[in-house]
Design a protein around this ligand. Structure first.
Ligand SMILES: [Zn+2]
Length: 434
């Protein structure tokens, strides 16, 4: 998967929070299904906004980018978003971007203008297919920002000619810096290869950013992403009303003022392509949902619930419920219904407990943990979910104990403890909690 990452010049906003959560849920679900996932998400560390901020504040572009990249990862860790397998930084790939632009010039699909190199979109087969709109309407939209030097309004900059006070790199076609659309096509193809499986991002990136990434790949005769996924908008109420309701100014602000799991629960409630509203009220409502889950986890005691999942074989869970969960997620990620299933199972387990049927309650409870965990949602007031590595270590420890290899079992316990987990021997093997 390649998911367009942030341009690091400011605090992450609510839209950043949504796309990272949506694709984190998809990634975790694919892993849950037993697929190998390589997740690549870039950091754009050179761009107009970074340069403008650096100039305004008398700092270097590198300082600005490093500061806000650090803030980015802080927010991602709080959200419980898994770190990408690869995080390419645009400035580390400039050589490859230069080669790509040179090749496009060589193929005569790009041209030199006064202020840089542009792609001639009229020479790209099927330009506009991804946007799914007539070229006329795309042209009308592009006209607002049309540079005088472009041949047609839809052409876009592959390379921006060097200006005084701006960082620039050498290239055979003149010093300058890469255009944003060129960054992502180079990094995705380089790290994932031609015809990689999935390209994701927010709906706002579909056109022109993703269309233009694709256009470059098509112009080079290289197969690009085989599937695309775009998540819907984040809606906020009018400025006046948002102030009176104490709404959130950034993702960092939201995370400072709410349970970090609340945004994930809010995102899961809606289909990923639908718009969502992030306000003080919708977040408070999500927190009430979390309180129900946490109360349930406390009632059953999370540590005694911990299920060990080994290659899709969860021990002591309701297999029918897990099958229902998979059917919902396989249907274009019906997370809202999957979440409703979680709450339904919680209700059933509470009823079973009320009736003194603790065995059924434990089975349902473990099922809740497995399904919620597959969507990255943790219970019991902790944001920590045992990842694949931790679950594997626990499973290995159980195997070692079964084989009476206690030296190895102890070594694995030490390893788990070093990772911050309390290791207990439950009736069904290793039980873990933070
Ligand atoms: Zn991108």
């Amino acid at each position: 998967m390649y998911v367009c990452g942030p341009t690091v010049y400011d605090l992450p906003h609510l839209g950043h929070g949504r796309f990272t959560l949506v694709f984190d849920v998809l990634r975790r679900y694919l892993l849950f299904c037993g697929l190998d996932v390589t997740y690549v998400s870039n950091i754009t560390d050179i761009d107009d906004n970074i340069i403008a901020k650096a100039l305004r504040e008398g700092r270097s572009e590198v300082e600005v980018a490093e500061e806000f990249e650090a803030r980015w990862w802080e927010a991602m860790d709080q959200l419980g978003v898994l770190r990408p397998d690869e995080t390419p930084h645009a400035t580390a790939f400039v050589d490859k971007m230069v080669s790509l632009v040179a090749e496009l010039l060589g193929r005569d699909v790009a041209y030199e203008a006064e202020d840089g190199i542009y792609l001639d979109t009229s020479r790209v087969d099927g330009y506009g297919l991804l946007a799914g709109q007539p070229l006329d309407s795309l042209r009308a939209g592009a006209r607002v920002e049309t540079a005088v030097t472009k041949r047609t309004p839809l052409d876009f900059a592959l390379w921006k000619a060097a200006k005084p006070d701006e960082p620039a790199w050498d290239a055979p076609f003149g010093r300058g810096r890469p255009g944003w659309h060129t960054e992502c096509v180079v990094m995705s193809l380089d790290l994932l290869g031609d015809g990689f499986d999935l390209h994701g991002g927010g709906l706002d990136l579909k056109f022109p950013h993703h269309e233009n990434e694709r256009a470059q790949s098509v112009a080079l005769g290289r197969p690009f992403a085989r599937h695309w996924a775009h998540n819907g908008w984040v809606m906020v109420e009018g400025e006046k009303m948002s102030k009176s309701l104490g709404n959130f100014t950034s993702l960092t602000d939201l995370l400072a003022r709410s349970d970090p799991r609340a945004y994930r629960l809010l995102v899961l409630r809606s289909h990923y392509r639908a718009p969502i509203e992030v306000t003080a009220e919708t977040i408070a409502d999500a927190e009430r949902g979390l309180a129900r889950l946490d109360a349930f986890a406390r009632r059953l005691s999370v540590s005694s619930l911990a299920a060990v999942v080994i290659d899709d074989e969860a021990i002591g869970v309701d297999r029918d419920a897990v099958a229902r969960f998979r059917a919902l997620m396989d249907d274009d990620l019906q997370t809202g219904q999957a979440l409703a299933l979680v709450f339904d199972l919680v209700g059933q387990a509470n009823t079973a407990l009320d009736e003194g049927d603790s065995e059924s309650a434990m089975t349902l409870g473990r099922t809740v943990l497995v399904i919620a965990g597959a969507m990255g949602l943790s219970l019991g007031g902790t944001t920590d979910v045992a990842d694949d590595t931790v679950q594997r270590l626990a499973a290995d420890r159980d195997e070692a104990r079964a084989a009476k290899d206690f030296a190895r079992a102890d070594a694995l316990r030490d390893e788990l403890q070093a990772l911050g987990w309390v290791v207990e021997d439950g009736p069904e093997g290793t039980a873990l909690h933070r």
